[in-house]
Design a protein around this ligand. Structure first.
Ligand SMILES: Nc1ncnc2c1ncn2[C@@H]1O[C@H](COP(=O)(O)OP(=O)(O)OP(=O)(O)O)[C@@H](O)[C@H]1O
Length: 662
């Protein structure tokens, strides 16, 4: 047994969440059955074997000394004629009990030590953290032997020794996990609200690290089982007349040439019990990891999974003769929810030409981000994505497992997220983060890539780029971080930039600068832009075309010029009419669209905007209108409405809160 194995927990940090019935689901898997059955057998033996076979295992058979396996003694007898199999079974209680006891001590000690820096003052905290680091540096086996001598050779002394030796590992784990949680915003908020350190630890930190600790404790128990057997084998652990598997193994090895089963039987027991604990640890990890996942509902998936693919369109609808860069038709995103499928994105049609800038607007929850993530192939299980056409730059994205498709996405599509702090690596300097793209995609040398990174930082208007390239993201302001993200996006040769609310986290002046920069640099690079925003004014200022989304569908797709002249869908008109301008009377309340968009699970089949629409009819409530070109609009203007409006937008297009929806 290696010293590093001894009571050294394997660190598993599972995802968090709550769910029901998952344990039952897991019991249906081979791993679940194996783990539960094996651990149940081990525990039952530990409980019952000494009661049932305790006396028989101690009985001497002077007529059968050191015998091999026979019908009477299945694994043979030892030098005093005692039945080896019965002794192995009876030893389960002591072996498992001591391993669990040592684990309990290690976990308790680890929790106490690991959380002390969080509750004690800074100086004490630093001292404890340093002491833990020093203790972890010692080989755990040597520590255990050292403590066994101090606490006294024997089962209790060795159990305490093993627990104390394993404590620093759990303390280090607790310290690392709680430091990660302690830096989260909800802990900072609790601190600002005057919550005491002890309460923060109990209410906010420990519940968030309990699961990984529990899993590692289970795996630690398996390692302690092996460690205890090892120490007993060395003569430090359990002393005669008591016996555990380690002692039986030691005794068996003395007569291995006469009866090999005397050594094999306790060896097998150690391996099987260790395996049972390991399987339980694995099972615990899976149970916790899967708790957030919903089971796939039995009902058929809504959407175009079995529908034939649509023919490729080289030049998208309208009069635009530019090459079609992105062609999305009938795109669906579905999630399992409460035993049903819900579809927050329901058959989106979207086309982008090379170099074109298109804005996607809509209220929160309309499916804008999911659409972008589905296009960039960033959605994972349990999301189910399907489309009749999903082509980008000549590649069928539905075949995202193909190497060429992945390479095309990596090189030609760049994504800029809402929060640059979470999309930049906090442990890496900014320059190397930009340089990584040049190294990965263009095989640039380290030095060459860094020079390109500095150039790019300068191109996205970051002052003193050489110095800034050597800094970490936390040393940048929010606006500079977002510029750096834009810089990263432009390090490759992106044909399409998808920017998902790129300025939401920034203040108004910086927002404007970042948007102007985005507009300028993408025009220079001749990249197309898909700008997602809830601000129709921003989109109108930056894009050639606007796609308006509502409750998972596109309700209007129109050129910006027609948006200003007067859109046709009542929702688009209401969005525009609700925009305040310099002439909006200050004494009047701001106009709002009363009500809220329906959640994906609340959709009933009619037009999703009907409940909030001033011109909705019975037909609207019963039948969902298709997205179509109207007789009096150009091919580049499509609307999904049974009663499209005309003319300039006015106050009548938006209701105030006092007006009830019809
Ligand atoms: N993992 C998920 N499981 C179930 N539903 C989800 C999941 N992710 C998103 N949704 C639902 O999908 C809908 C659309 O979400 P999405 O993030 O695309 O909205 P959005 O238009 O980008 O909103 P925002 O402007 O607030 O970012 C929401 O109702 C959301 O609750």
């Amino acid at each position: 047994m290696s010293a590093t194995n001894l009571a050294t927990p394997v660190v598993i940090t599972p995802s968090r969440g709550r769910g029901r019935g998952l344990l039952r689901t897991l019991l249906g898997t081979p791993l679940g059955i194996a783990a539960v059955t094996s651990v149940a057998i081990v525990l039952l033996l530990a409980l019952l074997a000494p009661v049932i076979w305790g006396d028989a295992a101690d009985a001497y058979h002077t007529d059968a000394l050191r015998q091999g396996p026979s019908a009477e003694h299945l694994a043979g007898t030892d030098s005093l004629g005692r039945d080896i199999l019965l002794r192995v079974l009876v030893a389960t209680r002591l072996s498992v009990g001591l391993a669990l006891g040592a684990t309990a001590i290690a976990v308790t000690l680890g929790l106490l030590l690991g959380t002390l820096p969080a509750v004690a003052g800074r100086r004490v905290g630093r001292f404890v953290a340093a002491a833990i680091d020093v203790a972890v540096a010692f080989p755990a086996l040597l520590l255990a032997i050292f403590f066994a001598v101090i606490f006294g050779v024997g089962e209790v002394g060795t159990m305490v020794a093993l627990g104390v030796a394993g404590g620093p590992w759990f303390a280090r784990l607790t310290l690392t996990l709680s430091a990660t949680v302690a830096s989260r915003d909800f802990v900072a908020a609790a601190r600002v609200n005057g919550v005491s350190r002890g309460r923060i630890l109990l209410r906010h930190v420990l519940p968030n690290i309990g699961e990984p600790l529990a899993i590692n404790a289970t795996l630690g128990a398996a390692l302690n089982l092996l460690a205890f057997a090892g120490l007993s084998f060395l003569g430090i652990g359990v002393q005669a007349p008591s016996y555990d598997w380690g002692r039986l193994l030691n005794e068996g090895l003395n007569g291995i040439y006469v009866n090999p089963w005397a050594a094999i039987a306790p060896g097998v027991a150690i391996v099987l019990a260790g395996l049972a604990f390991n399987l339980t640890g694995e099972l615990a990890a899976q149970v916790i990891g899967r708790r957030t996942r919903e089971k796939a509902p039995r009902e058929p998936l809504p959407g175009p999974d079995d529908a034939p693919a649509l023919p490729v369109i080289e030049h998208g609808g309208g009069d635009d003769e530019r090459e079609t860069l992105l062609d999305v038709r009938d795109l669906w995103v579905r999630f399992p929810s409460g035993g049903r499928w819900v579809a927050p994105v329901r058959g989106i049609d979207l086309r982008l030409h090379a170099g074109e800038s298109v804005g996607v607007v809509g209220e929160s929850g309309s499916g804008k981000s999911l659409t972008a993530l589905a296009i960039a192939q960033l959605l994972q299980e349990p999301a189910a994505v399907a489309a009749r056409t999903l082509r980008f730059d000549g590649h069928d994205l539905r075949d995202s497992s193909s190497r060429q498709t992945r390479a095309a996405l990596a090189d030609s599509l760049a994504m800029i997220f809402q929060d640059p702090m979470s999309s930049l690596n906090p442990a890496m300097r900014v320059g190397p983060q930009l340089a990584e793209v040049a190294t990965a995609h263009h095989g640039a040398s380290r030095r060459g890539a860094l020079a390109q990174a500095v150039q790019q930082l300068s191109a996205v208007r970051i002052p003193d780029p050489e110095r800034r390239a050597r800094q970490y993201p936390h040393e940048f302001s929010g606006g500079m971080r977002q510029r750096a993200m834009i810089g990263i996006g432009l390090m490759g040769t992106p044909r399409l930039l998808i920017a998902d609310e790129p300025t939401t986290a920034l203040d108004v002046t910086v927002q404007r600068q970042v948007l102007e920069l985005l507009s300028a640099v993408r025009a220079e690079a001749d990249s197309a832009l898909l700008l997602i925003s809830h601000d129709i004014a921003v989109v109108a200022g930056m894009c050639e075309r606007v796609v308006v989304m509502y409750a998972g569908v596109v309700v209007e797709d129109l050129p910006v010029a027609e948006l200003l002249a007067g859109p046709r869908h009542p929702y688009t008109r209401a969005l525009l009419a609700a925009l305040p301008d310099m002439e909006t009377p200050r004494e009047r309340p701001l106009a709002t669209i009363p009500g809220r968009p329906p959640a994906p699970a609340e959709l009933t089949g009619g037009c999703p905007f009907a409940a909030r629409c001033a011109v909705a009819s019975d037909r609207c409530r019963e039948q969902e209108p298709p997205l179509a070109t109207l007789a009096d609009t150009g091919a580049g203007h499509r609307v999904a409405c049974w009663h499209p409006q005309a003319g300039a937008v006015g106050a009548a297009d938006v209701k105030t809160e006092t007006e009830a929806p019809r």
